[in-house]
Design a protein around this ligand. Structure first.
Ligand SMILES: [Zn+2]
Length: 229
């Protein structure tokens, strides 16, 4: 028995074993917590496999936003049926931590988000993504009805539950609502699910992290839209 103890002791005196033990303990403290909720709210650079999904779609050939400035986010969210879903987003690196913190709080509050997949699943067609009530951020595109680049082009804007929180503008006295089918949700005096108001948790969290809300704009209203300068 004494012999065994001694041989064990000599094993731990061995430099290589000490190194192994150090990495094992290091891993226990730093990587095990990542396997829980932390791992469900994470960000990475744009990997080759993510790039293959956006190349020539939301990230066109003439895109002036650096790929190295973008981050791929994975989060958990609840849908309207109360089911937990895996969501994904691409955004500018400067707001990645904000979005992870916001979506973590929304998840903890069971705030419903209809769908959250890359806009590339809709061929980067914003109208189609909005009609599907899809929450998304990066998309190299113009502001609807203009030739000005949207904040989405840099990944500095996000649209939440867009079908129920439409973009409303007026041209020659005529009201234009995007997406199609969202006209009934342009009347903000009505009560309906997913509606973002100033009393809403989603609004409060984005304000807390320094975003502005399209619902506060004067000349048009973009109730789904939050952006950061
Ligand atoms: Zn937007």
């Amino acid at each position: 028995m004494q012999k065994t103890d001694k041989s064990l002791l000599s094993l731990f005196k061995c430099k290589e074993m000490k190194r192994l033990l150090f990495f094992w303990i290091y891993g226990l403290f730093f990587f095990v917590p990542m396997s829980g909720q932390e791992a469900s709210f994470c960000q990475t650079v744009i990997t080759d496999s993510v790039f293959s999904r956006i190349n020539g779609v939301s990230y066109p050939e003439h895109c002036t936003t650096l790929l190295s400035d973008l981050r791929y986010l994975q989060v958990l969210h609840y849908n309207m049926e109360g089911e937990v879903c895996k969501g994904e987003l691409i955004c500018h690196h400067s707001i990645a931590d904000d979005l992870l913190a916001i979506f973590k709080e929304l998840y903890q509050a069971k705030y419903p988000i209809g769908r959250m997949v890359l806009v590339d699943e809709y061929d980067a067609d914003d109208e189609a993504s909005m009609q599907a009530n899809n929450t998304s951020a990066f998309n190299y595109r113009y502001i609807s009805g203009t030739r000005r680049l949207s904040k989405h082009s840099q990944g500095l804007a996000i649209d939440i539950n867009p079908l129920y929180n439409p973009y409303v503008r007026w041209r020659n006295g005529k009201r234009i609502v995007s997406p199609k089918g969202a006209e009934k949700y342009a009347d903000r005096s009505l009560s309906f699910p997913y509606k973002i108001t100033r009393d809403d948790l989603c609004y409060k969290l984005f304000k807390k992290y320094g975003f502005t809300w399209g619902g506060d704009w004067k000349n048009s209203k973009d109730y789904q839209h939050f952006e950061k300068k």
